[in-house]
Ligand binder design. Structure first.
Ligand code: ATP
Ligand code: MG
Length: 412
């Protein structure tokens, strides 16, 4: 028995009252059985979209061509999709066509893994044609049908297999795994946007270290050589250990993945993955920070805050703690001096922020306009502000307009 949300029960009931079949299907069934909270509830039905639309007051055409209508209940949308047979795959990406069916089993057949191919409603209970329940029990990711065929239809499924194994802590079935290894080069047909979604979910999962499977399977060699090399080299253990200790923040997890790369390599790879600018920028800065040491003085910490921004302090601290923990795990040698150093830097940073010390040109008690009034012009203005900031970073007590103006003559 599955405890479905009331809205889902009502939708299924309404469709049944009109003489059609409907079931909750896919990820929501898998997650409910595992005691995880489903992200969303998908419904599959024997009725076609034009019929579904007459059964409910508020519907949105979100994917009519693929048989999907979204039913709005309060503010939540529920996707209702007609039983579907996916046509021949043109390019390992999109089915050329979809065909509606009146048999639930056809719809279950097209799904990727046995644990994702179960349906349920209160009338019929579980429909589990492919023994998904057994695989859930045994913690196995297994293709529905013939693995090579399924991965040839859609190469992204190879990444999904590893992503689900990381999220659930499951093992990939041998035949499924062998097919991934065999067909790995075809991953280059998949857009980088779809690749980064799966990679991101893997990095953010309960087992981020399972990312090594992408490399073991040969999926990264054709598309992400920088990550692949690191995961094959002596850095591998360090990266995996660091990932496991890194809090579940996407920037930190990506940074941990690049701990053995240069900031430029990281930025290049993240851009190739078509990640947004904020992610590229944040992660490559973290990678850079992970390679430098900061002196245990307030001016050094203020300089770092100037270069990297205030938001970096907690991220950098977490990353470095994870790096230290990883080294400890691997070598068995603890490094209390390093931990103490990090804690000191963190305390210095926290104090600086709490006091509101100036560490940016913007926070100086003097502006470019003030300098113009004083008689400076052109590049002198910027250079002077920069020099004044250097002085204030050394000694924040000097951040006072009159004091700064008095200093201008001396630094020229
Ligand atoms: P999550 O939402 O946590 O990513 P999910 O299982 O709900 O997991 P979705 O991508 O939302 O995954 O897809 C919903 C369902 O659609 C899956 O459970 C699966 O049955 C099917 N499905 C999704 N993508 C594919 C695919 N590429 N090939 C075959 N079936 C798929
Ligand atoms: Mg889903």
């Amino acid at each position: 028995h599955i405890d479905m949300p009331e809205a889902v029960r009502n939708i299924i009931h309404t469709i049944e009252e009109h003489g059609f079949k409907a079931y909750a299907v896919g990820g929501c069934i898998r997650d409910s059985i595992l005691g995880r909270n489903p992200d969303d509830w998908d419904i599959t039905t024997s009725a076609v979209p034009s019929q579904i639309k007459t059964f409910f007051k508020r519907t949105v055409d979100t994917g009519i061509a693929h048989g999907t209508v979204t039913i709005m209940i309060d503010k939540t949308g529920y996707e209702v999709t007609t039983y579907r047979i996916d046509g021949e795959y043109e390019d390992g990406r999109h089915p050329k066509s979809v065909e509606f069916s009146d048999r639930l089993v056809d719809d279950l057949c097209r799904r990727d893994f046995t644990i994702n191919a179960m349906a349920y409603n209160d009338t019929d209970g579980f429909v589990d044609e492919f023994n998904g329940l057994d695989d859930l029990d045994a913690k196995i990711i297994r293709c529905v049908g013939e693995p090579e065929l399924r991965f040839t239809e859609d190469a992204l499924r190879m990444m999904r297999a590893i992503r689900f194994s990381a999220q659930l802590g499951f093992t990939i079935d041998e035949a499924t795994w062998n097919a991934i290894k065999k067909l790995a080069p075809s991953i280059s047909k998949i857009s980088m946007e779809r690749v980064h979604v799966e990679l991101g979910k893997t990095l953010m999962s309960a087992h981020p270290d399972y990312v090594a499977q992408y490399s073991e399977a040969g999926l990264f060699e054709p598309i992400l050589p920088v990550i692949d090399n690191s995961l094959k080299s002596r850095y591998k253990r360090k990266i995996l250990a660091t990932l496991q200790h890194t809090p579940d923040n996407i920037y930190l997890r990506y940074a941990a993945l690049f701990i053995a790369s240069t900031p430029d390599e990281a930025a290049k790879t993240l851009r190739a993955l078509k990640l947004d600018n904020k992610t590229v920028d944040t992660v490559s800065k973290l990678v850079k920070l992970s390679k430098i040491d900061i002196e245990e003085t307030e001016p050094a910490v203020r300089t770092a805050l100037n270069q990297y921004g205030r938001d970096f302090l907690p991220l950098w601290h977490e990353l470095m703690m994870a790096v230290i923990q990883a080294s400890e795990d691997i070598t068995g040698i603890s490094n209390p001096a390093k931990v103490k150093h990090l804690l000191t830097l963190k305390r210095l940073g926290t104090d600086i922020l709490a006091r509101g010390d100036c560490f940016t040109i913007k926070a100086l008690d003097i502006s470019g306009n003030d300098l113009i009034e004083y008689g400076l012009q052109g590049h002198e203005i910027g250079e002077t502000l920069k020099s004044l900031l250097d002085i204030v970073i050394e000694n924040p007590k000097l951040n006072d307009k009159a004091t700064l103006i008095a200093m201008i003559e001396h630094i020229k």
